[in-house]
Design a protein around this ligand. Structure first.
Ligand code: GSH
Length: 323
């Protein structure tokens, strides 16, 4: 686990001493947008036109942020348009790797060994964390974006004219409500489980833990009243919550000490989670081997024995009781 400093890999974990034991996530740095005609998006440069076969997605099947992009690739019919390389679940001294002997597909573009080499291929003197997902442009040989929240918005709309897939998970008239619920879910749930699990003081842990379970109680109360987070429409807000919920009982409850309640114990959330899991194509994006192995084996500061638990045994395929 580490980061790049002026293009050199350094094996260092997040330094929580500077922030009283709180885990602070770094913002993604590479923020261009693929658009229908190649014009500039909300941030970054122009020149990334939506084209079949031009872009490549680097993901981990363990990672909740990368998982969003895989779900959108699937639901938006982009599998023949954007190919994928999957890293190994083990993220140790060299960070993410393409070890084909350890559950990685290998790097389909350059046959590199490590994900940090993809970042330095993009910019030789890059400084920052080496995160996935990454969307790569094969034509200009550079990274388009390493921000999943923006990659899913590109997938939601930029390729529609090519695919004919008009499903819209960020419809204009619901954007203010989606943005509002995303804010709550991102800070307290998606990133909240990391804030809880990576806290290195009791105080920082308890604050994050309290925020997490208040937010889960809040979304439970919303889902007791309505089908989805934003009224009756399935939106990106639901998919963003889904990738944390599906990992929660298997990993976050134990490994990240998020153990006030399980998702299974919430009447609405447990059924809602099944409903989303059972949407066509979604279960194929969920890989519990990668998920459990990654967290329990890679975070040696939390789990030095690297023993991966066997349970729990949850049937996400059983008939859900919603709708
Ligand atoms: N803001 C990024 C965050 C991605 C992220 O943090 N990914 C994690 C894996 S779950 C990672 O690669 N971490 C490596 C590190 O922080 O060094 C996004 O949503 O795309």
């Amino acid at each position: 686990m580490g980061l790049l400093v002026k293009g050199n890999w350094q094996d260092k974990w997040y330094d929580t001493d500077k922030s009283d034991g709180e885990f602070k996530r770094e913002s993604a740095q590479l923020r261009n947008w693929v658009t229908e005609d190649g014009s500039a998006g909300a941030t970054g440069e122009a020149g990334f036109k939506a084209e079949k076969g031009r872009y490549h997605l680097y993901v981990s099947l363990a990672c909740p942020w990368a998982h969003r992009t895989l779900i959108f690739r699937k639901l938006k019919g982009l599998e023949d348009y954007i190919d994928v390389s999957v890293v190994s679940p083990d993220m140790l001294d060299n960070g993410w790797t393409f070890d084909k002997n350890n559950h990685s597909t290998g790097d389909a573009l350059f046959d590199k060994q490590f994900m940090h080499q993809i970042y330095t291929q993009n910019k030789a003197d890059y400084s920052g964390r080496v995160t996935i997902p990454v969307l790569w442009d094969k034509q200009q040989n550079k990274i388009v974006s390493n921000e999943s929240a923006e990659i899913i918005r590109m997938f939601n709309s930029a390729f529609n004219h090519l695919t004919g897939n008009e499903l819209d998970f960020y419809p204009a008239h619901l954007q203010p409500q989606i943005d509002e619920i995303n804010e709550l879910v991102y800070n307290n749930i998606n990133n909240g489980v990391y804030r809880t699990g990576f806290a290195t003081t009791q105080k920082a842990y308890e604050e994050a833990f309290n925020d997490l379970f208040s937010a889960l109680d809040k979304v439970e109360s919303i889902l007791l009243k309505q089908r989805y987070l934003v009224a009756d429409t399935l939106t990106e807000a639901d998919w963003r919550l889904f990738t944390t919920l599906i990992r929660f009982d298997s990993v976050y409850v134990g490994h990240f000490k998020c153990n006030l309640r399980t998702i299974e114990s919430y009447p609405a959330l447990s059924e809602y989670l099944r409903e989303l899991y059972q949407v066509d194509g979604v279960k194929e994006t969920v890989d519990f081997y990668h998920i459990k192995r990654h967290y329990y084996f890679s975070h040696t500061m939390i789990n030095p024995t690297q023993v991966v638990p066997k349970g729990p045994n949850i049937d996400f395929s059983r008939q859900h009781k919603r709708g």
